[in-house]
Design a protein around this ligand. Sequence first.
Ligand SMILES: C[S@@+](CC[C@H](N)C(=O)[O-])C[C@H]1O[C@@H](n2cnc3c(N)ncnc32)[C@H](O)[C@@H]1O
Length: 326
Amino acid sequence: MYCKSLAGGRRQVLKGHVPVLLDEVIEVLGSSRACARKYLDLTFGGGGHTREILERIPDSKVVAFDQDPSAITRADLLLKNFSKRLRFEARNFEEMGIIQDTGYTGVLMDLGVSSYQLDEVDRGFSFREDAPMDMRMNTSQGRTAAEFLENASLEAIETAIREFGEESRWRAISRAIVEARGTGALSRTASFAALVKQHASRPAPGRRRIHPATQTFQGIRIAVNRELECLDKTLPLAFEKLAPDGVLAVISFHSIEDRIVKRFFKKLAGRPEHKNDNRTQDQRKVLAEIITRKPIIPSDQEILDNPRARSAKLRVIRKHPEGGLV
Ligand SMILES: C[S@@+](CC[C@H](N)C(=O)[O-])C[C@H]1O[C@@H](n2cnc3c(N)ncnc32)[C@H](O)[C@@H]1O
């Protein structure tokens, strides 16, 4: 039995972060044939998606994670109204194994940073204003971006800028970073952006408004927060938590994340994971069905209303009725 369609309900969001693809997410989570109505929101942020699940899916329960300690205050606001139906864990989602029960109807991952994090100048996620180069989502642990730039090996810096930032001038920028160590230039967003600008590739035609340091900032942020490693580790854990017929929905914001999600989904669906995957069909297990052959993307109207949604891609997979472990 399908749960009834839940799209098109009242749109109410917490100030600060506009949840991306909100109706689409509620539609897929609500469409799971597993009607237990237990959900995991692994990226609580401002609670925009969690709130909508609680309000629009009757009797639903949500366990939410966010590694940013400042999300606790926002979770407390929601807990006032939903104390019996919401549990919040201020942790990295790679620790989701602490959740004992399984049989979840849906798991949501809305990756990347929230508008709260981008807009809080002192977090150092943006170079629109000068701030310390911090960039940690969890401000209570790990090394800041400045510490990473001052101390990491040249190889680690190159990987961050080339692979995570997809910046074509990675070699020149990495060398400039190592040469700038100890000068103070790596400690503030403004001085770091200026340094990168001297060596970065010029934005492609039509993308002139994008600052030349954008790709490098993305790469450093991904490295500082171990974003790809956490995603890789957590996707199988999230799938394991699903009930038969449960759905895993992942929103990504750049091609590297999207590629990881796409490959993982193909593996679950028993399809070749990449062009060199020559295994025969009987060497593959089919544990799930891909719901989104092509990713769901925001409408033109959503992008107009919320430009931060422009690169979002939602991919969804449904566990088979007898779907097992990865
Ligand atoms: C795009 S925002 C989510 C916004 C949320 N869906 C909403 O509607 O308000 C991503 C959130 O995920 C959190 N996050 C990212 N990676 C995480 C991880 N590995 N573990 C826990 N939280 C993480 C970030 O701190 C951020 O608050």
